[in-house]
Structures are given as structure tokens and as C-alpha cells.
Design a protein around this ligand. Structure first.
Ligand code: PLP
Length: 358
């Protein structure tokens, strides 16, 4: 950590004279750690061999997930990447080609453009279209919830062409909580859906892929091909069950935290920094005028604490590109963290405004 020397030589007013500075780490929800309840559940979880279908804790997690999503069956895999790979198989694994349709800012894409890319009875030089993939919430669009009417239209188009739809629902729980729509309704027209236990839900490992019994039968073969059949996977499923049973309310708090920070930045009326006020889940994009300040420079200043700074807080975040930084909220970010982060943001933004106006 190249900036640690900055912590030397003065005390931090927030933590009982401890010289460590308070850090608000908003880089990603993947850094969220398992809760105490999860750790305890993992320690005592009854387990068996999941490759034999004999792990009772995995089976319970799948049963709960199927109920929530209204799907027939599911499998537990180590990561979201693997769940998506199993569901669609990228080029290097399965000879599958992808046709990308450009996103709009709200996470949707133009359905007419999608239709123009569908190849139903193509020339022998072209692959035929077998699958449409959507992402909900949409990460790089700032955690946007895909509108239900749009999903319904997409579902109808896919059905009329006999094409399957897969939802990359890494953060679909955030979508359900923000839109107050049941998971089973959101994925009604989806042939398969996966969600991450390890992001905003806080579990340490794992993603669940859901679909029909026949689909999951095939998925288990592909999981083997990918090298990922796990044995006593109930250890990780146990944390997932705690996540499903007790972390949904926390997501509402995460969304509220995001709103407080978004509004604080918006209310500054900065000419340099604009916040995405449409953000309504746990991902906030902050856009900046990179002729005045680059994303890297802003990020660095949010992290640095100079000896004369009145606000002794470091904020960690990630950059999307040189004119956008991203905050992601999760259960370990507290009310106090949010208040401190707002003070720091207000201080730093005001400083840049003053510097660049002369
Ligand atoms: C994180 C993420 C993935 C991949 O999940 P991992 O568990 O990190 O492999 C896939 N899709 C989206 C939208 C994600 O945010």
C-alpha cells in the first residue's frame, strides 16, 4: 500500500486515539465478508457428497432458491463466471459466438436491434441464434433494474422465435428488493438464471444456477467438464442459506446508504462531479469532467489524508474509465461510514471546485 506513510504522525479522531485511519471501502460488494451467523452455520452444516446429490445443506439451498425463483432445479457452483459459462458457454469453450447489442443507460438495449441480430434460418456461413443473455441488475450501467415491461417484451420475442433466455442475475436480489417485484415474476420468462451468493448477499463463495430439471441435468455435466464438481459443498451452501434467510433486508439498507451519498453529491451542484440520481440499488456511478480532474486523481484524493485535512477518512472506490468512478454498497458499510464518506466527499469536491475555478 504505497500511501500508508500518510497515516503516520497524527491521530485519528474517530477511533479512540488509534492511529489507523477510518477506511470506507466502496470498491465492490465482492469484498463483503461473511457474517458471524454465516460462519457459525458453516461450522455446523450437515454435509454429504454433492456430486452424488447427497449434501443436505446444498439440497436445502437449491430447494429454497427454486421456491424463490419459481424454477424446477438448480446447481451450486463456485462463481458467477462459472454459472454463466455453464448456461451459455463462451467461444473458447463451446464454439459459441456472441453478438453484442449495445446497452442503453438504463441497462436495457434496443429490442429492434436485437431482432435484427437474431439469425433464425441463417446462411451456412453464419451461426444460428440459440440464446439471449440479459444482466439484472446491470453492473456497468450503475446497478440498474431492468424494467419488467421490457423483460416481458423480450420474453415474447424470444418465445416467438424459440430462443432461450438466460439472466445473469449476479445482483438480482437487489433488483427484487428495489422494484418490490417477486423474484419468480422477474424471471418468469427466463429459461435459466444465476445469482451470486458472494456479492451483496455477503456469503464467501458461490453462485446458484437455476432452470428446468433437464437443463440442470445437462448443467451438471458441464460443471464436471469445467472441473468444478464439489464434494462437501454444504459448507458454502450453509452461508448461502443464511444469506437468503437474513440478508434481504440488509439490501434495502444498502440502497438507502447509496441514496444518501447520491443526494449529498447532487446537492453540491458541482460543475465537475455529477452523480447518477437514477441509481436505485447498490451501485453508484460518479461522473466527472476529466478535463478538470481525472478519475484516478479523484480516487487518489478520496484515499489520501493530508496532515491539514479536517476529515480523517479514506474512501476506497474503483474506476470504470477516466471519467467515472464506482461505489458499491454492502452490509459492512454502516450509517457512520456513510456519514463520514459524505463529509470527505464534500470536502474533496469543494477542494477541486476551488482549485479548478482559478
Ligand atoms: C461478478 C459478476 C459476475 C461473475 O461472478 P464471479 O462470482 O465474480 O465469478 C457475472 N456477472 C455479473 C453481472 C457480475 O457482476
Amino acid at each position: 500500500m504505497p500511501y500508508d506513510h500518510i497515516t503516520n504522525g497524527f491521530s485519528n479522531g474517530y477511533t479512540n486515539g488509534n492511529s489507523e485511519l477510518h477506511v470506507v471501502d466502496l470498491r465492490s460488494d465482492t469484498i463483503s465478508k461473511p457474517t458471524q451467523a454465516m460462519r457459525e452455520a458453516m461450522a455446523i452444516a450437515p454435509v454429504g457428497d454433492d456430486v452424488y446429490g447427497e449434501d443436505p445443506t446444498v439440497n436445502l439451498l437449491i430447494q429454497k432458491s427454486c421456491q424463490l425463483f419459481g424454477k424446477e432445479d438448480g446447481i451450486l457452483v463456485p462463481s458467477g463466471t462459472m454459472a454463466n459459462m455453464i448456461a451459455r458457454g463462451p467461444a473458447q469453450l463451446a464454439g459459441v459466438q456472441q453478438a453484442l447489442v449495445r446497452n442503453k443507460n438504463d441497462g436495457t438495449f434496443c429490442l429492434d436491434e436485437m431482432c435484427s441480430r437474431i439469425r433464425i434460418d441463417p446462411d451456412c456461413h453464419e451461426p444460428y441464434t440459440a440464446l439471449i443473455v440479459v444482466e439484472n441488475t446491470h453492473n456497468m450501467c450503475g446497478g440498474k433494474v431492468l424494467p419488467l415491461e421490457w423483460l416481458d417484451k423480450l420474453g415474447n420475442i424470444a418465445k416467438s422465435h424459440g430462443i432461450a433466455v438466460h439472466m445473469d442475475g449476479a445482483r438480482i436480489m437487489n433488483a427484487a428488493v428495489a422494484s418490490k417485484v417477486e423474484l419468480s415474476r422477474i424471471v418468469r420468462d427466463m429459461d435459466s438464471v444465476c445469482f451470486c451468493l458472494s456479492k451483496s448477499l455477503g456469503a464467501p463463495i458461490g453462485s446458484v444456477l437455476l432452470g428446468t430439471k433437464a437443463f440442470i441435468e445437462r448443467a451438471k455435466r458441464v460443471r464436471k467438464v469445467l472441473g468444478g464438481g464439489m464434494r462437501q459443498a454444504g459448507i458454502m451452501a450453509a452461508a448461502g442459506i443464511v444469506a437468503l434467510d437474513s440478508m434481504m433486508d440488509q439490501l434495502r439498507i444498502d440502497h438507502e446508504h447509496l441514496r444518501q451519498i447520491a443526494e449529498a453529491i447532487h446537492n453540491m451542484n458541482s460543475k465537475i462531479f455529477k452523480v447518477d440520481l437514477q441509481a436505485d440499488t447498490n451501485i453508484l456511478m460518479i461522473y466527472l469532467d476529466n478535463r478538470k480532474v481525472t478519475a484516478d486523481k479523484f480516487l487518489q484524493r478520496l484515499y489520501d489524508v493530508y496532515p491539514n485535512d479536517p476529515i480523517k477518512v479514506r474512501i476506497r472506490a474503483s474506476t470504470r474509465d477516466n471519467s467515472c468512478i464506482r461505489f458499491v454498497f454492502y452490509w459492512e458499510i454502516t450509517d457512520e461510514d456513510v456519514q463520514m464518506a459524505i463529509k470527505k466527499l464534500e470536502y474533496v469536491i469543494r477542494e477541486f471546485e476551488t482549485k479548478t475555478s482559478v
